[in-house]
Design a protein around this ligand. Structure first.
Ligand code: B12
Ligand code: SF4
Length: 319
């Protein structure tokens, strides 16, 4: 099967969107990392935390579901349909803003709390401009891959699914789009007509210390609930193989760790860029798998006298 030819473009712009809902305390790490990585690779991108912009205007049961990250309600399609129909004007304005941004590709981060709202927003975008491409990534693209492939094919509202790490795959998809094609790509399932083509394994991301710091763009931090929390991370995956754990499904058997020095530099940069924020959350599956680097990080924090109102991280007794 041949590639879709859609015309060359000098620049390709992508909007990376978090739909309702994510934690009300701060932006999602995944999209911040992708935004920084895409810019490093010469692409135009921006992030939009629609989950939090929406939370700021939602009232009653809708606000409560977002404040509580009520998984049952947010996963329920009829609840999401009501959320959209009760906020038609707001949705219209956001779709206008996205289309007016000049982006022709929209990337959705799909977790099970954002799946139904992302699909509905994708429908709205496609209805307004069918030439826009929709790319879905995030953990739900692994857990619910069959469902997303089916909806994508039947409704034509998803153009690519990225089940796994997003950095190298998204750059490749955008490179292809710039060349005027959108076809089989390592790390992605790309739709051609009613069929998705599997591009096989993603190219590795490489040394994590070489990845740019997350870039949360112009997200309005004042909209978040106190204490506003910025996410960072030490590692990806986990070196352990506990039989009951889902980690392998998301991160494979690969475990990658960052150096304490790099993490400390990142936190310093985040605090400078977003003054007033004093709470950092580690988004690791297992924070303390490399005690040596963790200690080196702690030493640097003490040296720099970095102040923080609190720390949050996932860890275990394993050392
Ligand atoms: C930290 C964390 C949290 C923090 C979030 C803090 C924050 N500010 O971000 C808190 C504590 C709030 C949290 C809460 C919950 N979490 Co949580 N959480 C995690 C954890 C440990 C890390 C997430 C993370 O940032 N990872 C690091 C980033 C870099 O990875 P990533 O987000 O997956 O992004 C990469 C790829 O997925 C991909 N990608 C992501 N988006 C996109 C978009 C596009 C377009 C593309 C191409 C690629 C792409 O590229 C990224 C970079 O490579 C993960 C497990 C894990 N280790 O990943 C669970 C996880 C994401 N959480 C999970 C769950 C279930 C929850 C809860 C619903 C739990 C509950 N019952 O309350 C709640 C609610 C979630 C919410 N919406 O708020 C599940 C999600 C399952 C699913 N299928 O969606 C996970 C996978 C854990 C698990 N194994 O069950 N969580
Ligand atoms: S140590 Fe924790 S994160 Fe790692 S495999 Fe075991 S349960 Fe999963």
């Amino acid at each position: 099967m041949g590639a879709i030819t859609i015309g060359r473009a000098d620049r390709v712009k992508i909007g990376l969107i978090t739909c309702p809902t994510w934690t009300p305390h701060g932006p999602a790490l995944g999209l911040g990392l992708l935004n920084g990585y895409l810019k490093q690779h010469g692409h135009d991108s921006f992030v939009m935390d629609l989950a939090n912009e929406w939370r700021a205007v939602a009232r009653g049961e809708f606000r409560k579901a977002m404040d509580d990250v009520d998984v049952q309600r947010l996963e329920n399609r009829s609840f999401i349909n009501r959320l959209f129909s009760e906020h038609e004007r707001f949705v219209q304005e956001k779709v206008d803003r996205l289309l007016d941004s000049g982006a022709k590709i929209f990337g959705f981060s799909i977790y099970f709390t954002t799946r139904e709202s992302s699909l509905e927003l994708a429908r709205r975008i496609k209805r307004r401009d069918p030439s826009c491409l929709i790319v879905c990534g995030g953990p739900e693209c692994i857990r619910q891959q069959e469902l997303l492939l089916r909806i994508g094919a039947e409704e034509g509202i998803i153009d690519a699914i990225v089940p796994g790490l997003g950095e190298t795959t998204l750059v490749k998809l955008l490179d292809r789009r710039r060349e005027g094609r959108f076809d089989v790509c390592p790390g992605a399932q790309v739709r051609l007509g009613a069929k998705f083509l599997d591009g096989g394994a993603a190219e590795p991301t490489g040394d994590l210390d070489g990845i740019p710091f997350p870039d949360f763009g112009d997200i309005d931090m004042a909209l978040y609930r106190q204490p506003v929390t910025l996410p960072t991370y030490f590692s990806r995956g986990c070196p352990n193989q506990c039989a009951f754990c889902e980690t392998k499904a998301y991160w494979g058997n690969r475990w990658q760790n960052r150096s304490g020095a790099r993490v400390a530099q990142e936190i310093e940069a985040l605090c400078l860029r977003h003054p007033g924020i004093k709470r950092i959350e580690f988004c690791d599956t297992l924070l303390n798998a490399n005690i040596r680097e963790l200690e080196s990080f702690c030493d640097r924090v003490l040296e720099a006298r970095q102040r923080s109102n609190g720390w949050a991280a996932s860890s275990s007794g394993w050392t």
